[in-house]
Ligand binder design. Structure first.
Ligand code: ZN
Length: 122
């Protein structure tokens, strides 16, 4: 039993690290999109400048979400190392296997996630 549990964890760690790398790669690729919009009004009309600002805001929002997800993944990896993984951070109950398979980085059991309103996914 310890073996299969170890194997399951190993697979989850792999998935978490893959996602982590993907997020980092995406983040590196979007740095340019987040650079300040240039104040060159001779070349850009008011509308295109607003477009640029809006695009920048969206890029920043995307980057913020990625950062949150990265933090969640890092926290999950730390919990795996500490042996605390798989238990709800809020109520201490073990998190369902299927839920972990679906989102290995989730820190909450399905009940707490629903209560917190942050986990409509199951
Ligand atoms: Zn819980």
């Amino acid at each position: 039993m310890a073996d299969s549990l170890g194997e399951q964890l190993r697979l989850l760690v792999e998935r978490l690290k893959e996602r982590q790398n993907e997020l980092k790669r995406l983040d590196a690729g979007s740095v340019e999109a987040r650079s300040p919009v240039e104040l060159d009004q001779s070349r850009q009309g008011r509308l295109s400048r607003m477009d640029a600002l809006q695009g920048q805001a969206m890029a920043m929002e995307t980057a913020r979400r990625r950062e949150l997800e990265l933090k969640k993944i890092e926290a999950a990896l730390a919990r795996i190392q500490d042996g605390d993984y798989g238990y709800c951070l809020r109520c201490g109950e073990s998190i369902g296997h299927k839920r972990l398979e679906f989102d290995p980085a989730t820190p909450l059991c399905v009940d707490c996630a629903n209560e917190a309103g942050s986990g409509t996914r199951h």
